[in-house]
Design a protein around this ligand. Structure first.
Ligand SMILES: [Ca+2]
Length: 324
């Protein structure tokens, strides 16, 4: 507890006086970062150009870091904020508009177009909001001043590596307060490891090229174990007839699709998945209601995009709402 108080006091003082050039801790931290960057093969020129010039913390980044919505609102609020009829309708139109690209991406990676659309919706509102934070500035602030400093330090070094290799131009590096970039909202490590040039123009462009955006999302899920033809999650039909059955379900209990169909528990119109396939019950308790989901192996893959049940259940549910 005392440690937390000290950290908070330290952050508070930094926010009051964000000038870092005279802050001894920052000077030492940067010296150490420089050593690590050079050891990783990043050129001094790149380091000096992009990091030596930063001498303030980004207050807006820190305040966003402390107020992340997934941790503060109920599941229903999170779900309703992210799944609206307007968003579903727009998604259906986009599925039609980009059907050719989505089909060729599916042929290569076997990730359902509905899942790609749903990630695209949640991450950047179908590409209409990709964030206006300077990614290096944001990562530098979080690597120095957040509790997840180790994670953000690695990402800061990754972005320097990307610049050092001239993979992205400096002025393109706009993103979320947490350093996620482009329409797929990839962290620098994901860009380096999973982003792909699907239209073969020798550029991996997750900002404007739909082929690259959709293929990069698919490649990310595929490399994390996406199973072709498997479902991800279903919400169970919670009506009066099912109430007593649902009440007896236990969290994490196994259940197969055959049973879901027999008990008329599926809202989802597509019941063509392999009936012998088993999923696990996930119970979400809101203050006024309880919602029941069945999650499959692919649900865990979705959580690799953002390690939150709220996120993955909402993502999977939105995907279920698109027309096929
Ligand atoms: Ca490309």
């Amino acid at each position: 507890m005392r440690k937390i108080l000290i950290i908070n006091l330290y952050l508070f003082l930094l926010i009051l006086n964000p000038a870092l050039s005279t802050n001894e801790n920052y000077v030492l931290w940067k010296k150490d970062l420089k050593k690590e960057a050079v050891n990783l093969g990043i050129s001094l020129k790149t380091f000096e150009k992009h990091i030596e010039t930063i001498n303030t913390l980004n207050k807006k980044v820190l305040s966003n870091y402390k107020n992340q919505p997934e941790f503060k609102i109920s599941f229903d609020d999170y779900y309703n904020r992210n799944i609206t009829s307007k968003r579903v309708k727009k998604g259906n139109n986009l599925l039609n508009q980009y059907t050719e690209i989505l089909n060729s991406v599916y042929e290569k990676y076997s990730v359902n177009p509905q899942i790609i659309l749903s990630i695209w919706a949640l991450e950047s509102n179908y590409g209409t909001y990709t964030g206006n934070f300077d990614v290096i500035d944001a990562l530098n602030t979080l690597a120095f001043a957040s509790k997840r400093n180790k994670f953000f330090r690695k990402e800061l070094l990754n972005i320097l590596m990307i610049l050092d290799k001239n993979l992205i131009e400096r002025d393109k590096l706009k993103g979320s307060w947490a350093g996620a970039m482009g329409q797929s909202q990839f962290m620098p490590s994901s860009y380096l490891n999973y982003a792909v040039d699907f239209n073969s123009d020798n550029k991996i462009d997750i900002w404007n090229t739909y082929e690259d955006i959709f293929a990069s999302i698919s490649n990310y899920l595929s490399k994390h174990g996406w199973r072709k033809n498997d479902p991800w999650c279903f919400e169970l039909n919670n009506n009066k007839d099912n109430a007593s059955y649902l009440k007896n379900l236990k969290d994490k209990q196994s259940i197969n699709i055959q049973e879901l169909v027999e008990k008329k528990l599926l809202i989802h119109k597509d019941k063509n998945f392999n009936r012998s396939l088993s999923g696990k019950i996930k119970i979400i308790r809101n203050s006024k209601n309880i919602r029941y989901f069945v999650v499959f192996k692919n649900f865990e893959v979705l959580k690799r995009y953002n390690n939150s049940d709220f996120y993955a259940l909402t993502l999977g549910s939105l995907a279920n709402k698109y027309e096929k």
